[in-house]
Design a protein around this ligand. Structure first.
Ligand SMILES: [Zn+2]
Length: 440
């Protein structure tokens, strides 16, 4: 029996001065660099609907759309009630800051938390484990930090529990990539797009540092959490969260069912360090700068920030996540051109059989201002004990005018072989997705 439990705490732990210095350098460097990339004027509202055959991708997209529409509606509603908070004066800036904290951040926290929860649920479904309930333990108001727990039961091997505990972080990671595609496919992004992106990007580090902090990983907590009859939910003393349970599942696989505190802590250390990858992401800091700029200036939409080398606009990034086969790290690069958004990604998973499995992903998406163009996604990855796995999806994206309103539509169809991909089921099979986007 396995019972999944997920307490999503988002209180960052204190880290060493060295790391704070690195952070400060990253912020300073990125804040000084961003170039704006824009060729058109911003719409007031953009609504994206993407329906994928993959449960994890479908739900991450749905939650992002609900949040983006919800926040835009809140902006309009509050403007109608209290007037529009325009201008650089201190009063309107304070109102924007308050609204960011009390309205936008809670909406983002819930949407990202749901994408995370639905990641657990999707991996459970693949293994025949139904989730009976998702309970919100803490609403993200007035502190914009949500916590939730999923309850479900079924029979699962240690490898399967790795997939289920990692599934939450995978849901956040899938939403993160989806938002990067949405943001960089257009010339402008709304401040809320960056708020939501920051929540998805910080899910891994905040969660890892909170779950795996030394005060929480006590001998007593590990002993309870590794005992065979521990059910993971009702015993609140030892709920170590996804990262703690993921580390325990790793030690059980490595040692055929036995876990000791030293081994759990060794894995915990490696997961904590890996989470720094998410902090070293260009878009995270460009987005933070952008949100600060919105609070100061009141400009809700602004040109997308890019790094420029010569005439080429780059968006570099990095991440760490919990794959179903072990901890995964990756680096990614998007290139913004007037018509296309090509991307490439290199990633590696350190498995429990002490292998490093490499994967590469590449694709191209047609940007929103183009009438019609290709949409491609491909991945090739190493698998443990067999040959390489692959995914190939192809389709098109284009913009049409319906009446006076531009309507963007897209589709992709393809196939993947058996194996782990964050945004798709593990089993081999066809993949398909369709999308519609409207601007108002
Ligand atoms: Zn979780």
């Amino acid at each position: 029996m396995v019972t999944t439990s997920c307490a999503r705490d988002r209180v960052p732990r204190k880290h060493g001065n060295g790391k704070i210095v690195i952070c400060a350098v990253v912020v300073a460097a990125l804040a000084s660099i961003p170039h704006a990339y824009a060729q058109s004027s911003p719409p007031r509202l953009q609504v994206d609907v993407e329906i994928s055959s993959s449960e994890i991708a479908r739900n991450a997209a749905l939650m992002a759309t609900a949040a983006q529409v919800g926040n835009a509606a809140a902006d309009l509603g509050l403007d109608a009630l209290f007037g529009s908070p325009d201008g650089r004066r201190i009063g309107p800036a304070l109102r924007r800051l308050g609204q960011l904290w009390l309205v936008s951040m809670p909406i983002a926290s819930l949407a990202q938390g749901r994408a995370h929860d639905f990641g657990h649920v999707a991996r459970g479904h693949e293994l025949g484990i139904a989730t009976d309930s998702i309970e919100i333990l803490q609403w993200p108001w007035p502190i914009p930090i949500a916590q939730s727990a999923e309850r479900g039961a079924g029979v699962a091997t240690d490898y399967e529990t790795l997939a289920i505990f990692g599934g939450g972080q995978q849901g956040s990671h899938v939403q993160q990539e989806l938002l990067l595609d949405r943001i960089y496919s257009r010339d402008h992004a709304n401040y809320f797009d960056w708020v939501l992106f920051a929540y998805t990007q910080l899910d891994a580090p905040v969660y890892a540092w909170w779950d795996l902090r030394q005060e929480r990983l006590t001998d007593a907590a590990i002993e309870i959490a590794t005992s065979p009859d521990f059910d993971g939910v009702s015993d609140r003393r030892a709920v170590l969260g996804d990262y703690g349970q993921f580390a325990i599942s790793m030690t059980r696989i490595e040692t055929s069912g036995y876990s000791d505190a030293a081994r759990v802590r060794r894995y915990a250390d490696s997961l904590r360090h890996a989470a720094w990858m998410n902090v070293l992401d260009y878009s995270l800091w460009a987005g933070v700068v952008r949100v600060a700029d919105y609070v100061i200036t009141g400009d809700r939409a602004a040109p997308i920030p890019v790094l420029k080398i010569g005439r080429t606009a780059f968006v570099p990034g990095a991440y760490a996540t919990l794959s179903s086969d072990g901890p995964e790290k990756g680096v990614r690069l998007r290139i913004v051109t007037p018509r296309y958004l090509p991307h490439v990604e290199v990633r590696w998973i350190d498995t429990l059989s002490n292998r490093r499995l490499w994967g590469v992903g590449a694709g191209v998406r047609t940007r929103s201002n183009a009438r019609l163009g290709p949409e491609l996604r491909t991945d090739v990855w190493q698998r443990d004990g067999k040959g390489a796995g692959f995914r190939f999806e192809a389709g098109a994206r284009g913009q049409f005018t319906v009446g006076t309103r531009p309507l963007e539509t897209s589709f992709r169809i393809g196939y993947k072989s058996e194996g782990y991909l964050a945004d798709a089921p593990r089993k081999a099979g066809p993949l398909a997705s369709v999308g519609v986007a409207m601007r108002f």
